[in-house]
Design a protein around this ligand. Sequence first.
Ligand SMILES: [Zn+2]
Length: 322
Amino acid sequence: MNRKRSISGSWLVSAIWGLNAFALVGVLVGVGVLNTRKEPVLEQGFLELIPAGTPSRTLQPEIYYLPSVTPNPLTTPIVARTNTPFVLKQGPRPIIIGYSVSGRPLEVYTFGQGERQVMIASGMHGGYERNTIALADELIIYVNDHPEIIPSDAKLFILRNINPDGDARAHSIYGRVNDHGVDLNRNFPENWEKNWDRDGCWNYLPTTGGPVAGSEPETRAVVNFLQSQSVEALISYHSAALGVFPGGEPWEAKSIKLAKALAKVTNYPYPPIDTGCFYTGTLADYAVSLGTTAVDMELRNHRDTDFSQNLKALKVLLDWSN
Ligand SMILES: [Zn+2]
């Protein structure tokens, strides 16, 4: 039994080696064939096979979403980073101080060369308060056409639109918050609260102050800008109708003085109309915490820019000195 098995075993070993040798020859032949097939292509040069000027790929429209920890149905697709039309056909270009949640630029126009800095900030509540952005654009055009309005010792910053995503989303109550659903004027790192008593406050749609103070890219852009400058006086524009609110909690003395001076030339209410709302995390309060004299100022309605009144307000701001 043992011997027989041994004989048939050695036959099996020979057969296996034979098959192996056959397979090895096959592999060598196959490699040879592949090599002879490849070589002509390499010799001709791969790139020479593509006619000059042929696009390598078809570019897709540049629609993208920035990553977000809180995916939100409010996200507004954008086509390009520099989607905002320049306000001035000729004249100074804005500096971009940051980008919104969906990647739109926050633009600041600068006029004048003086040391004393004053600032206008518009569009905090986006498309819901679209007329504040329109007012900023009118003022930018006016100041560019009338540079003599800027005192020689002053420099004016105009941030035309803090909330471009809200403006892009809708010119209605749906355009008020940013693309994370945050009320930006509740997100600044001063007197900040995630939530607040809605009695007397704007409450047409759900919104928050953000998960933490300064959580939003729009807020951080403005915070960084204010920290890098030394702005003496600031008007944060809103609408509508409630008047001029001094910054600070409680209201800060110099900001009360500025609010009164602005109310006098605009006829906007001062003291502002008290609806019983308690405002948390506002830009004006944050600016005051940095030593800036600041007010929230509301246009008469959601439609008009009240240009002539706000040109007078601009002159008060430009002459302001702490
Ligand atoms: Zn507002």
